[in-house]
Ligand binder design. Structure first.
Ligand SMILES: Nc1ncnc2c1ncn2[C@@H]1O[C@H](COP(=O)(O)OP(=O)(O)O)[C@@H](O)[C@H]1O
Ligand SMILES: [Mg+2]
Length: 317
């Protein structure tokens, strides 16, 4: 066997892991992840699910641009773009199909479905005994009005879009007259007990980022308004989250089955941490400004290690 001059046989480097990064655009998050995955020894290819297709005559039944013969080693879902009910169903179907084909998908389509639909998140949190504000979801305006009549006596409710994000289109409801018509809420009223507490003329809540069963970063968000999302002007503040919030965030991520989760938590009027929602495709640009670790690097190396141990265990990929 030919030897190299120093007497050590050279072996070919193992092929880089091929990761499909699902995002509709090459934004800051996508660039951060591509860079971090490269540093972790993985090659990421941006994948727009709208450009993928089912193709039953193909050996693996799918066509993914950039992945001609072989499916990726893993799929990381950074974000899904909006579309018709049919288009979103097909995109989620593609993610389900990849999982069915043995490809690890992070987050899995089931976790994404459970988090995008805020009613399912609330149901799963409550069922797991995780403190979250009381929630009612109905398609019937008369039922929604009755709930408000009964519940508003104990304080305001929050009306949220079922598929909402970034604090858009939330409103406080204090009487049935505040209820918009069904068209304004895409046919579903999601009503939740308002749990905010005003302190020093402002509101605050916490975002904990869970990755592979650990809280990897956390921030407090301060806002003069009760909606604290960074996109709505909430100010990120560095914070060390306490043990109770850690526990809650890990349990919340597990309840929806998410490997990566952005968990929103606030301290309610009883000074108890309560989970407002779980994000299965969390952005982290705000969080990165108040965190020492590089979030993309932690995600990339965790993903690489998980895939490596999968290979060692002989799980078919
Ligand atoms: N039940 C609630 N009580 C008090 N504040 C809330 C409640 N629900 C939401 N908020 C505020 O609105 C923000 C956005 O709500 P959230 O449920 O996280 O939806 P989104 O997906 O839009 O981020 C929260 O971060 C919090 O500041
Ligand atoms: Mg939120």
């Amino acid at each position: 066997m030919p030897h190299s001059p120093d007497g050590i046989a050279r072996r070919a480097a193992p092929p880089a892991l091929r990761i499909a990064l699902v995002s509709d655009r090459l934004d800051w998050h996508a660039r951060e992840l591509i860079k971090a995955l490269a540093a972790a020894g993985a090659h990421a290819t941006l994948l727009r699910l709208e450009d993928c297709r089912f193709e039953t005559g193909h050996p693996h039944g799918l066509h993914l641009p950039g992945f001609a013969e072989h499916l990726p080693d893993a799929v990381f879902v950074r974000c899904l773009s909006g579309g018709s009910f049919e288009a979103v169903t097909v995109r989620l179907g593609l993610l389900h199909a990849l999982r069915e084909s043995g490809v690890p998908v992070i987050n899995d389509a089931r976790a994404i479905e459970r988090c995008v639909d805020k009613s399912m998140t609330s149901f799963l949190l409550a069922r797991a005994g995780i403190r979250n504000p009381a929630t009612w979801v109905t398609e019937q305006p008369a039922v929604a009005r009755r709930i408000i009549e009964r519940e508003a006596a104990n304080g305001p409710l929050v009306l949220k879009p079922l598929f909402g994000s970034q604090g858009r289109n939330l409103r406080l409801i204090t009487s049935p007259a505040d209820l918009p018509d069904l068209n304004a809420v895409a046919g579903v009223y999601y009503l939740q007990r308002f749990a905010g507490v005003e302190r020093d003329g402002g509101f605050r809540d916490f975002r904990l980022l869970v990755w592979q069963g650990n809280v990897i970063a956390a921030m407090m968000r301060h806002a003069p308004h009760w909606i604290t999302n960074v996109k709505r002007g909430g100010r990120p503040v560095a914070v060390v989250a306490d043990h109770a919030m850690h526990e809650l965030a890990l349990r919340a991520a597990a309840a929806v089955g998410a490997d990566l989760a952005g968990v929103d938590i606030l301290y309610d009027a009883h000074d108890q941490p309560t989970v407002l929602e779980v994000n299965s495709m969390p952005a982290w640009s705000g969080l990165q400004t108040v965190t020492n670790i590089n979030i993309a690097s932690v995600i990339a190396s965790g993903l690489r290690d998980a895939l490596a141990s999968r290979l060692v265990q002989g799980v078919p990929g």
